[in-house]
Design a protein around this ligand. Structure first.
Ligand code: NDP
Length: 323
């Protein structure tokens, strides 16, 4: 089968298309013939070495397609089912991928492989961020960075569905227009603006009770300065590089605020948690309140181009690789 592999960490040029034997499903695994592969910013951290992998390695966490074979002991899936997955083992950038049946879900009727692969990882991230890491209540002002991106687009729409007033940030006017069209109440062009000052202006100096920051280094100070007293800083990504280390006293100076650095896996510890998160996501998609915006698709062989686009801030919404 065709797959993308890396022998060394580095820039997008380390992504190589290879021909390798198809995997066999181990006990408890299903073999999925990917129809669509979800691209995620975390794939760039794996490729660059920010999140270390044992090399050589495949790449990619997310995909959806038809179950081609089931390993010993699998009862959750049958051959021919549509399956979607969003966690390890890493190696989704391939025609076939063996994943643990207990970590995969069956998308309901009406959700095809492209929507599932564009939605699952980013949407379950939005689910735990908005409903469990912090429980968004009607009327809450929430700050969402990179709002035209994959996770950002879902956070904006789902945040609105929960009744929040969404203050979004975006890196260009086109992306700001996109965030507005998704329902954002306010959009800040954060490359130029003083984010904290804008948030204080919008919230009558109060600040936001929760801020979702996936950008990291470039936005850290602005996010800290945007929080209300006892607000929650959710640092969940590093698109511009890892945020700085800070002394606990900074949290006091910022208004007795809280800082958390969550990762999706810790909110999907069990199969029940996975199923509940995926069900909530599929329900909000079925209701029409969240639309999965597939901004661009690339052939599997063009994974390099896809990474260049993601890191070059040239993508909007979700991105897919098609085998
Ligand atoms: P996105 O589609 O959101 O792409 C990242 C966006 O970040 C860009 O489009 C860009 O938007 C913005 N950005 C700001 N600064 C930079 C920079 N210097 N270089 C590149 N991009 C920059 O990606 P995803 O939806 O896949 O992921 C969004 C974030 O969420 C990532 O940081 C990812 O790691 C994180 N994440 C965390 C999870 C967790 O469990 N903790 C799970 C899933 C995702 P703009 O041009 O508008 O600035």
């Amino acid at each position: 089968m065709r797959a993308i592999q890396i022998d060394a960490t580095g820039g997008p040029e380390v992504l190589k298309l290879v021909d390798i034997p198809a995997p066999e499903p181990k006990p408890g695994q299903i073999l999925v013939r990917n129809q669509a592969i979800g691209l995620n910013f975390i794939d760039t951290y794996h490729r660059s070495g920010l999140y270390p992998l044992k090399l050589p390695s495949g790449l990619g966490m997310e995909g959806a397609g038809v179950v081609e074979a089931v390993g010993e002991g699998v009862t959750r899936f049958s051959v021919g089912d549509l399956a979607a997955y969003a966690s390890g083992p890493i190696g989704a950038y391939a025609e076939l991928h063996a994943v643990n049946a207990e970590r995969a879900v069956k998308p309901p009727a009406g959700i095809d492989a492209s929507v599932a692969a564009g939605a699952l990882l980013k949407g379950m991230t939005a689910e735990f961020l908005l409903r469990r890491c912090y429980e968004v209540k009607p009327g809450d002002h929430i700050l969402v960075h990179a709002a035209a991106g994959g996770v950002g687009s879902i956070l904006v729409q789902w945040g609105k569905a929960l009744g929040a007033v969404v203050i979004a940030t975006a890196g260009s006017q086109d992306k700001a227009d996109r965030a507005k069209a998704l329902g954002a109440d306010h959009v800040i062009l954060y490359r130029d603006a003083d984010v904290a000052a804008e948030v204080r202006r919008i919230t009558n100096r109060v600040g936001v009770p929760v801020a979702y920051d996936s950008v990291g280094a470039a936005t850290f100070e602005g996010t800290l300065g945007s929080l209300a007293k006892r607000g929650l800083f959710v640092s969940f990504g590093n698109a511009s590089g890892p945020p700085p280390a800070i002394a606990p006293a900074r949290l006091m100076q910022a208004g007795s605020v809280f800082l958390t650095r969550p990762t999706m896996g810790d909110y999907l510890l069990t199969t029940d948690e996975l199923d509940a998160s995926a069900a909530a996501l599929f329900a909000v998609i079925a209701s029409g309140q969240v639309k999965i915006d597939i901004g661009q698709t690339f052939p599997l062989s063009e994974a390099r181009k896809a990474h260049e686009a993601m890191e070059g801030r040239d993508t909007v919404g979700a991105s897919l690789l098609i085998p």
